[in-house]
Design a protein around this ligand. Structure first.
Ligand SMILES: Cc1cc2nc3c(=O)[nH]c(=O)nc-3n(C[C@H](O)[C@H](O)[C@H](O)COP(=O)(O)O)c2cc1C
Length: 245
C-alpha cells in the first residue's frame, strides 16, 4: 500500500483546489502544497504592540558578569526552538545550536576562548580596534564562560546534513541568533554574543562535523547581582531609519 498523505497535505490539496477555483486569487502564485496561513493576533493595536516590543528589547544589554544561578534545560530548549522559527534561504535552516552545561566542557571552551583572546589582545588587534574596545573594559579573561550555567554555541551549516546546498546561510543564521537573543531576554535571561576568533576550537571541543562552522558563542544565564554594563548609546531612530512615504 502507498503511504497515505498526511492530514495537512490532504487539507493542502483541497485548499489549493478551492483557491484556484476563486477567480480573484487565480493569478496568485501558489505553492504546490498550500495550507491556510493563520495570522498571529497580538490582541493589541499594532502600534501599541510594536511600541511594547521595542520597550522590551530596548532593555536588552550584552552582559559579561553572570550569576551561576541555574537555568533549566527546558528553558534553553524553548529559546533554541524560538531561534529555529527563523526564516532561512529556501527553508534550509542552516543552523545548529549546541547547548553546553557540562562543567568540563565549559572549562575547555573557556580555555580555548582565552587562548584566542590572548592572541587577539596581545598581538592581532590593531590600535583602532583596541581603542574602540576601551569603553567595554574587556580583556582576555573570560571567567563568565564557566560561571554562566549555559553556553549556546551556534554553528552555521555550510551544507545540509545530507550534503545538499544551503543558501544565504550567513543571513539566515544571523536572523536565528537575533530571535535567540530576543527569546532569552524575553525570559529574563542575559546573554553575550561572544566571538573569540578564530572559533575553530569550538567545533573540535564539541566534536562537530566539518560542514558546521562555529558562528557565535553565547553564554546564557541570570546576570550577577552586582552586574554593570558599559554606558553606551543606541543611535536615535532618525539616524537608522529613512522613511520614503
Ligand atoms: C557579532 C558580534 C560580536 C561580538 N563579539 C563580542 C565579544 O567577542 N566580546 C564581547 O565582550 N562583546 C562582543 N559583542 C557585544 C558588543 O560589544 C555589544 O553588542 C555592543 O557593544 C552593544 O551593546 P549591547 O549589546 O549591550 O546593546 C559582540 C556583538 C556582536 C553583534
Amino acid at each position: 500500500m502507498q503511504p497515505q498523505p498526511t492530514g495537512s497535505a490532504g487539507i493542502g490539496r483541497g485548499y489549493a483546489a478551492r483557491l484556484r477555483a476563486e477567480p480573484e486569487v487565480s493569478t496568485v502564485a501558489l505553492p504546490p502544497n498550500p495550507i491556510p496561513y493563520r495570522p498571529f493576533r497580538p490582541g493589541l493595536d499594532a502600534t501599541v504592540a510594536s511600541e511594547r516590543f521595542y520597550r522590551t528589547m530596548n532593555a536588552r544589554r550584552s552582559v559579561r558578569m553572570f550569576s551561576d544561578r541555574p537555568v533549566s534545560e527546558e528553558t534553553i530548549r524553548w529559546i533554541c526552538a524560538a531561534a529555529g522559527t527563523a526564516p532561512s534561504g529556501a527553508n534550509k535552516q542552516p543552523w545548529r545550536f549546541v547547548a553546553v552545561s557540562n562543567p568540563a566542557l565549559k572549562r575547555q571552551i573557556r580555555e580555548g576562548a582565552e587562548h584566542e583572546e590572548r592572541e587577539f589582545y596581545g598581538r592581532k588587534a590593531g590600535d583602532e580596534w583596541l581603542t574602540d574596545l576601551i569603553p567595554f573594559g574587556t580583556d582576555e579573561k573570560k571567567d563568565f564562560l564557566e560561571i554562566a550555567p549555559w553556553l549556546i554555541v551556534v554553528f552555521k551549516m555550510m551544507k545540509t546534513d545530507e550534503g545538499g546546498q544551503v543558501y544565504y546561510a550567513n543571513e539566515s543564521v544571523g536572523i536565528a541568533v537575533g530571535l535567540l537573543l530576543a527569546a532569552a531576554h524575553h525570559a529574563g535571561l542575559a546573554t553575550l554574543t561572544h566571538t573569540p576568533s578564530p572559533m575553530k576550537f569550538l567545533g573540535e571541543i564539541l566534536g562537530r562535523p566539518d560542514h558546521e562552522r562555529p558562528y557565535l558563542l553565547i553564554p546564557v544565564g541570570y546576570p550577577a547581582a552586582d552586574c554593570v554594563v558599559p554606558d553606551i548609546k543606541r543611535k536615535p531612530l532618525d539616524e537608522i531609519l529613512v522613511v520614503r512615504a
